[in-house]
Design a protein around this ligand. Structure first.
Ligand code: COA
Ligand code: ADP
Length: 578
């Protein structure tokens, strides 16, 4: 899939050779290559993003249908960030494969690259995307898809991360609505209104399209990619009206198709510039459908960010916008909130794992991304295969891994306690002091939601007479979606304005730590504890790693005693109580 470090140059995945000597290829993988012709391009000779979206959607749909064995529709597409434009004469390569199937829906990963046939043939990454496709209901009801079986390490990782992305997708609309309702309650200040700005109504576009057979599949449903292309068309007209120049589409926010559209529908597309920031603008587009005298059906709303590039490909300063009264002012304010959300997302999710700052400020607006980052970082760490066994005592094993000049360690053991019980006991960090001598104090400071809690933990100094250390940690817990996955409890440091660092105590940082808990049988559970050691943590474990002590063993054997002692203590609680 997409390169993990976000580099533009594409890195090829290592080949995976099957037992019969053949090179493994994902059975759902579909590839499409297209030479960009003038008919696919805008007046500047660049491939229109609408055309690219159509190709991406059809490639992804074919991958989904190959897995499902039946007709599928596009339900949603996650945020897409376009890194490059593509010129006439270049070749576009699109690769799509199903990362994971849930019940009737599937996540399809799409990666787009471009190649210049007349230079060095090197492929440049253009964008990657994750789309959700849903198998069309049959008369018997909802389709139950077969599971995807990952074969390679990267397939396993994408499979695991797909569950985390799905979680974020399904809460996305609700989270955004909550954030926007709090933002629009703030009135637009006079200074923000820019009385000298371009009146927003000048950028308003309304256009209609008749859905004809070439726009639909054999089931007469309009292709999602076609609707996206029409939306991009009106958004581009709207953006051009603000700047009287050619705009370049940079990002499309996550969106979903609320209901189907069919041949014969009239699609009404409306767009307007919601806000212009210094170097970028947000255009909102709404797509509605009707047939005959029926009322309009809301099909989709999308928010696109455009820039205007000068001759050096640098974004130009844009004119201000003067919003229309009422709705315009609300959208102006909401666009500011969405910009902040986009920045949070870019800062927390899209940057290289090695560049994620140690302690990110936690806020309700970035909670969804921090929680995703927390769990996916632990999934990435646990997916490594090159752990080296450093020490072992009575079946408690200590492993180490050096990665990006960081030392990571893992402690592994088995307990005769059901996995669900282990998960419940270990995910309540306030109980950790019952088995971990390092946990002097632990209190809940924010209960963000039922799976995310922020704790303040105090540990003693390793040096005699030294100051204690405190950690402000976000704990994100996840139950497995299926039996091939572990329970997970991910931990990372965050900062909170209510708990600033102070001189009486050292502030320690945890970049990525936590437990994965595997159900081996009804009563036998494997526990792996991971930690990407920061200086604050390393001091507690360095003698163990050097083989000079086995304190890890005493902590984890106390953990085992604690779990066995409490194995029946929570049996009256159902998982939903927690
Ligand atoms: N993002 C991702 N997946 C979503 C989603 C979203 N915003 N909303 C629903 N889903 C998933 C559900 O999680 C569920 O997956 P699962 O079966 O694996 O658990 C699946 O869609 C079906 O959900 P369900 O609750 O049974 O149906 P629904 O009433 O929510 O309908 C769609 C979901 C996608 C089928 C419906 O909104 C639709 O028909 N949209 C139009 C699709 C279309 O025609 N696209 C082409 C262009 S118009
Ligand atoms: P909202 O109106 O709450 O912003 P919608 O889903 O109705 O949400 O619309 C999404 C976006 O589509 C709006 O933010 C706006 O940019 C654009 N839009 C909606 N209605 C119109 C319209 N009548 N004319 C032009 N653009 C519109």
């Amino acid at each position: 899939m997409a390169t993990e470090d976000g580099e533009s140059k594409l890195l090829e995945e290592p080949l995976f050779i099957l037992e019969n000597g053949e090179v493994y290829r994902n059975p759902t993988e579909i590839k499409m290559s297209q030479i960009v012709m003038p008919c696919h391009a805008n007046h500047c000779g660049e491939l229109s993003v609408g055309q690219l979206l159509k190709w991406m959607d059809s490639t992804a749909c074919l991958a989904a249908e190959r897995h499902a064995g039946c007709s599928c529709v596009t339900a949603s597409v996650d945020d897409i960030h376009f890194e490059h434009t593509i010129s006439v004469g270049q070749v576009v390569h699109i690769k799509a494969k199903v990362n994971r199937a849930f019940t009737s829906s599937m996540e399809v990963g799409i990666v787009v690259s471009c190649e210049d046939l007349f230079s060095d043939h090197q492929q440049c990454k253009v964008c990657h995307a994750f789309a959700t496709f849903v198998a069309r209901r049959t008369e018997a009801g909802k389709v139950q898809l077969k599971q995807v079986i990952p074969h390679t390490q990267s397939e396993q990782l994408e499979y695991s991360l797909a569950a985390e992305r799905r979680r974020m997708r399904l809460i996305h609309a609700e989270t955004i609505t909550d954030l926007l309702s709090s933002s629009s309650s703030q009135s637009v200040s006079a200074s923000e209104q820019h009385q000298d700005g371009v009146p927003a109504e000048r950028t308003r576009v309304e256009s209609v399209e008749l859905v004809l057979p070439p726009h639909a599949n054999h089931q007469v449903s309009t292709f999602g990619g076609q609707i996206m292309a029409w939306m991009e068309n009106v958004a581009t007209i709207s953006a051009s009206r603000l700047c009287n120049a050619h705009p370049t589409l940079r990002t499309i926010d996550m969106f979903h198709f609320r209901g189907p559209s069919h041949i014969g529908d009239r699609l009404v597309l409306k767009a307007i510039v919601n806000n212009a920031f210094k170097k970028s603008m947000e255009v909102g587009v709404c797509a509605e459908a009707y047939q005959g005298g029926e009322p309009l059906r809301h099909i989709n709303s999308a928010f696109m960010t455009f820039e205007v590039l000068d001759h050096d490909k640098k974004p130009r300063t844009l004119p201000h916008i003067r919003p229309e009264p009422v709705d315009g002012k609300r959208r102006f304010q909401e666009a500011i909130a969405r910009k902040k959300i986009r920045l949070d997302r870019k800062y927390i999710i899209s940057c290289k794992q090695t560049e994620v700052p140690l302690s990110v400020p936690w806020e309700p607006s970035n909670q969804m991304y921090l929680s995703y980052n927390n769990v996916s970082a632990l999934k990435l760490l646990s997916a490594h295969v090159n752990w080296v066994l450093t020490s072992e005592k009575n079946k408690v094993s200590l492993y180490t891994l050096e990665e990006n000049q960081k030392l990571c360690f893992k402690v592994e053991m088995h307990v005769n306690v059901p996995a669900e019980q282990v998960f419940v006991l270990l995910s309540d960090l306030t109980r950790r002091k019952e088995w971990d001598g390092h946990y002097e104090e632990c209190e809940v400071i924010v209960q963000a939601d039922e799976d995310d809690t922020i704790y303040r933990v105090v540990t003693p100094s390793v040096r005699k007479g030294g100051k204690d250390q405190e950690f402000i940690m976000l704990a994100s817990r996840r139950r497995p979606c299926d039996s091939s996955e572990p329970y997970m409890i991910a931990l990372r440091s965050v900062t909170l304005p209510t708990h600033p660092p102070n001189q009486d105590i050292n502030r320690g940082e945890v970049l990525c730590a936590g437990f994965s808990i595997w159900e081996e049988s009804d009563s036998l559970t494997k526990i792996s504890y991971y930690n990407q050691a920061t200086p604050g943590v390393l001091q507690y474990i360095s003698t163990d790693i050097a083989g000079l002590s086995s304190r890890f063993y005493s902590s984890f054997s106390s953990c085992s005693v604690f779990l066995e002692k409490n194995r029946d203590s929570l049996s009256s609680h159902s998982p939903s109580d927690l």
